[in-house]
Design a protein around this ligand. Structure first.
Ligand code: CO
Ligand code: ZN
Length: 333
């Protein structure tokens, strides 16, 4: 699965401009699903199987998009000013590199800083694409870019890349689609767009799919770094089953059901209570008259930086857990 992860994380797909990643995913899943559709917001929706006795229509969602930048204007000397797409944190930017949709690469620089103890804001930064003038600059106002960083395995199980959020969820979902042979459920796999800018893709997809159960696959914060956020989650200790985040309280029956499935499989799981951020599951939960929803999270360090780090065994176990969950009736009690 590492080759698949590398392929997905190295692709560029800032929010609203997910087409390249969507094409990659489509090619990987086409032989394994019954029907594929791209909706008006660009989300890829794949149907697999039909509802058997005891089965339900289940929507599973992982987001295609990643945080990025969008050019706001180009000055006389060819420097590109930009604003973030999604929750980019300024302190992760300086010295970083960007690749625009037209293939132009650039380096993020800043104006002279008076106080080095203070992180400059985006208004003090610019992207140097090697142009000498505005006329010479291949980037125009409105062009979107993503961070430019290679995938690397730090050790056998620890993998680092930009856009692990949420290409790791995309890779897990693709692998689940391939491995799942039979299910009593009608499974609708959504590869959503614009998650990082308020869950827009999953919002419309959930309305169209009209599911009875919703599950998202995304990253969550890992609480195991020096003086980091205090959280139960740690790398290598299994998929995290979301109990609560800033946008959702998971259906407690679904949380129990997920924990029981993990126990049957003998794989470790952790419980996630995240204080900031949310996932596509919130959009599913609050669609129409409401849907019982939950989330399988992959613990990840340095989220929304160009080097997000996670543990490969957590990824493998997330696939196993989802294949087990989706391959059986989901009775909530
Ligand atoms: Co994110
Ligand atoms: Zn995400």
């Amino acid at each position: 699965m590492k080759a698949l992860i590398k392929k997905f994380v190295e692709a560029a797909g800032p929010s609203g401009f997910e087409n390249a990643v969507r094409d990659l995913v489509k090619a990987e899943i086409a032989p394994y699903v019954d029907r594929i559709e791209v909706d008006a917001l660009g989300s890829l929706i794949a149907w697999k199987g039909s509802r058997q006795p005891g089965g339900k229509r289940v929507m599973i969602s992982a987001h295609l998009d990643e945080i990025g930048v969008i050019a706001t204007h180009v000055d006389q000397n060819g420097f590109v000013r930009f604003t973030p797409l999604g929750a980019v944190r300024p302190h992760t930017c300086l010295g970083g590199r960007v690749i625009f949709q037209n293939g132009t690469r650039g380096v993020i620089g800043s104006e002279r800083l008076e106080d080095l103890a203070r992180t400059p804001g985006f208004e003090q930064m610019f992207i140097d694409v090697g142009a000498a003038s505005r006329e010479d600059c291949p980037v125009r106002t409105g062009d979107a870019g993503s961070f430019d960083r290679d995938f690397v395995a730090l050790s056998e199980n620890r993998l680092a890349a930009k856009a692990m959020d949420d290409r790791i969820g995309v890779a897990v979902q693709v692998e689940v689609i391939r491995q799942l042979k039979a299910s009593p459920n009608e499974l609708v796999f959504v590869f959503s767009t614009q998650e990082e800018v308020m869950l827009r893709g999953a919002t419309t997809a959930a309305y169209a799919v009209d599911p009875e159960i919703g599950i998202s696959i995304d990253v969550t914060v890992s609480g195991d770094t020096p003086r980091g956020i205090k959280m139960e989650t740690a790398l290598g200790k299994g998929p995290a089953i979301k109990v609560r985040d800033a946008g959702m309280i998971s259906d407690p029956r679904l949380v129990r059901h997920m924990c029981a499935a993990a126990e049957r499989l003998g794989i470790p799981v952790q419980l996630e209570i995240l204080e900031g951020g949310t996932t596509d599951a919130r959009a599913i939960q609050t669609t129409r008259a409401g849907v019982p929803a939950g989330c399988v999270s992959i613990p990840c360090r340095y989220i929304h930086s160009p080097s997000e780090v996670l543990d490969y065994q957590d990824v493998i176990n997330s696939v196993k857990l989802l294949v087990e969950l989706l391959g059986h009736p989901i009775d909530l009690q």
